[in-house]
Design a protein around this ligand. Structure first.
Ligand SMILES: Cc1cc2nc3c(=O)[nH]c(=O)nc-3n(C[C@H](O)[C@H](O)[C@H](O)COP(=O)(O)O)c2cc1C
Length: 351
């Protein structure tokens, strides 16, 4: 049934297909029937992850379909990016499927319903069956905000209590100036302030804070971020967001569109960033590997490159939700074949 639906959705422009998917999933109210093999379970960031595969930010921007995503077998779901005020994002068309390349280019620009509406959705959708599930909230700044850091502080205070963990997104290429927040002086100021804010509020002071980074940072920038993250006890790093680099040999007619490239052409680039960060942090900070995962062996490669957990988005568009169970089964086979007892034993093995 999913393959049939996918074939129809593929005939539609990507953003319309996405909005139909979200509306359908909202009303289907699927039930969870996934029980994961213990070999995939880990205790990381103070949380019990039943399996290491998460939904990456951007699919469920408004926290509308988390429950359906858990029913497809994800171990955790990251919603957002959420900004303080609702915003439309950039002009359309702003999402392109590069089918021949198994990739997407998007220049959405944080289109979302704003924190007030998303808070309501999170409250409504956290029902009994899903109460113990791991939900990350990915936060970002409004396009026209006067003080970017204030946007992040506001969102931590407003939504933090509803999150299992908070992701600070400073790596989207589609909001002017956002990625400059990754530069040494800026990121240090930001991290110090968000950690202080988190620690001041009783209902939030146990929530892990993760920073999501770009695959386009150079070695020096990665070193700066590693040192600042270690010095300020950042709980985790997410590697990576989409790339603006176009060195990859792309085939699709949309290859020169503006925006961030995701999917298979991002795989190696994000793995390199992951490996570098694992080395720079001495494996002391949990890393979430994202970018170009289409199979169990792709997940395995990311974990061997230093990821404790992984996330995906683009492959879901091409392969549908059946992919998650398939990936988990492949992963279990790979772990057993190599003689490990738990996924955690694989982390960083190829670095
Ligand atoms: C259409 C689309 C929208 C996205 N929106 C966001 C977003 O709002 N916030 C964010 O942190 N990442 C966003 N991403 C990036 C993904 O979370 C992920 O980091 C990236 O796509 C690489 O993973 P993938 O190759 O599995 O898609 C988006 C990606 C796509 C394709």
């Amino acid at each position: 049934m999913y393959n049939f639906t996918l074939n129809i959705l593929r005939l539609l422009p990507p953003e319309i297909a996405h909005s139909i998917t979200i509306k359908t999933l909202k009303y289907l109210r699927l039930k969870s029937k996934n029980f994961d093999d213990q070999i995939l379970s880990q205790h990381i960031l103070g949380l019990d992850f039943p399996n290491p595969i998460g939904l990456a930010a951007g699919f469920d921007k408004n926290a509308e379909v988390m429950n359906s995503m858990f029913s497809f077998g994800f171990g955790f779901v990251e919603v957002g990016t959420v900004t303080p005020m609702p915003q439309y994002g950039n002009t359309k068309p702003r999402v392109f499927r590069l089918t021949e390349d198994k990739a997407i280019i998007n220049s959405l620009g944080f289109n979302n319903n704003g924190s007030k509406k998303i808070k309501k959705n999170l409250n409504n959708n956290r029902n009994a069956e899903f109460n113990n599930k791991i939900i990350g909230i990915n936060i970002g700044k409004n396009k026209n905000s006067i003080n970017a850091i204030d946007d992040y502080l506001y969102l931590i205070q407003d939504l933090g209590h509803l999150a299992s963990y908070i992701t600070v997104n400073i790596s989207s290429p589609n909001t002017a100036g956002l990625r400059d927040m990754q530069l040494r002086g800026n990121i240090e100021k930001l991290i110090k302030k968000i950690v202080k804010k988190r620690d001041e509020i009783d209902s939030i002071n146990n929530k892990p804070i993760l920073i999501k980074l770009s695959p386009d940072l150079n070695e020096d920038q990665l070193r700066d971020i590693a040192l600042i993250s270690l010095a300020n006890n950042i709980d985790g790093l997410i590697l990576t967001n989409t790339t603006t680099n176009r060195n990859q040999k792309l085939l699709s007619q949309y290859k020169n569109k503006n925006g961030g490239l995701s999917g298979q052409p991002l795989f190696e680039r994000s793995n390199q960033t992951l490996r570098k960060m694992f080395t720079l942090t001495n494996g002391q900070i949990p890393l979430i590997g994202v970018g170009g995962i289409f199979s169990g062996s792709d997940c395995y490669a990311k974990i061997k490159s230093g990821a404790s957990l992984v996330q995906l988005y683009t492959s879901l568009v091409y392969s549908g939700p059946g992919l998650i169970s398939k990936i988990k089964n492949e992963l279990i086979d790979l772990i057993k074949t190599d003689g490990y007892k738990n996924i955690s034993e694989v982390i960083g093995k190829s670095v």
